[in-house]
Design a protein around this ligand. Structure first.
Ligand SMILES: [Mn+2]
Length: 316
């Protein structure tokens, strides 16, 4: 029995409460994974819940089921499915009660929880791993409202099919999902072409901070005041790290976001030159080779200097 079959049997045999959960600050893949799984399992189980700590960003609210997401766990879950998250602490909840925890994820780093875990860092998105499981469970139940969130996760984690380790996996999954009645153009338009004007005002402030270091690293800084000035929040800047990464010759793009006074969220994106997951891990973060994140405390200058000089070391 392979991992996919083990996990399918585990879910099928569960007669109690099933929880589906992912990381805080959810991105397209986190939301796509939990909603794809949820919309599918609802067809077979009466006791399934989906839980995310933070609100679904505006751009993903069109995904079917997004209005049914709970904002905190409610009691004991016999089976908890942790999707697109390297560790249960990434859910952002202090206390979650469960009998069995199963992790389905494509992050390079993280914790293994059970014999039913399905982990593959080759997968371009966690939604592709969810798709593997649902195909084996019952292909005929992969309807449009299941396929749409799964496609959204694949589309966003690959940056619109720009990033990935094995594009064959991405395109095969995309082709399969496109055959399930979804409108790929409409989904792409809704996710990439619906920015509010104040998001551009935020971007304009962020781009004023764009700095290139030794033609290898470029970064932008999102100060707390920028969000207040433009009436935005950090979820509006999820894709901004693409701008420093887009600078010619630069190998690493960084986005520093001030979450609270002296508390920073740092996003790292790469062009397949150095392993950013390893660097993020040194700071207690994690991720993938070309897309990783970490959190760090300090004043702006110190934080920027610490992260930039650590990455620069990789080029010496
Ligand atoms: Mn992901």
């Amino acid at each position: 029995m392979d991992a996919v079959e083990r996990i399918v049997n585990r879910i099928k045999s569960e007669e109690g409460r099933i929880g589906i959960i992912s990381h805080f600050d959810p991105d397209g893949d986190a939301i796509g994974s939990v909603l794809g799984m949820y919309n599918f399992l609802k067809k077979f189980k009466s006791n399934v819940e989906v839980i995310l700590k933070d609100e679904v960003p505006y751009l993903f609210k069109f995904l079917p089921g997004s209005g049914e997401i709970m904002r905190e766990p409610d009691g004991f879950y016999d089976l908890m499915l942790l999707l697109d998250a390297s560790d249960i602490t990434r859910t952002g909840f202090d206390k979650i009660e469960y009998g069995n925890l199963v992790r389905i994820d494509h992050h390079k780093t993280g914790t293994s929880y059970s014999d039913f875990d399905y982990l593959s860092e080759k997968a371009p998105s966690a939604t592709v791993l969810v798709l593997d499981i649902l195909k084996r469970y019952d292909e005929f139940a992969i309807t449009r409202e299941v396929a749409e969130p799964l496609y959204a996760g694949l589309l966003t984690d690959t940056g619109g099919f720009k990033y990935g380790r094995d594009f064959k996996i991405s395109f095969e999954a995309a082709l399969y999902l496109a055959g399930k009645g979804i409108d790929c153009q409409d989904i792409a338009q809704k996710i990439f072409l619906r920015k509010k004007l104040n998001v551009f005002k935020l971007l304009s402030l962020a781009l004023e901070t764009l700095t290139v270091v030794e033609d290898k690293i470029a970064y932008i800084i999102l100060r707390k005041e920028f969000f207040a000035l433009t009436g935005t929040d950090s979820s509006d800047s999820q894709s901004f790290v693409t701008y420093p990464l887009s600078v010619d010759d630069v190998a690493v793009g960084i986005k520093f976001t001030e979450a609270d006074n002296n508390f920073w969220k740092v996003s790292l994106r790469g062009k397949n030159v150095i392993d950013l997951a390893e660097i993020a891990e040194e700071f207690g973060g994690g991720g993938h080779k070309n897309a990783a994140g970490l959190r760090i405390t300090g004043d702006e200058k110190t934080v920027v200097n610490t992260v930039v000089s650590r990455i620069l070391k990789e080029f010496q």
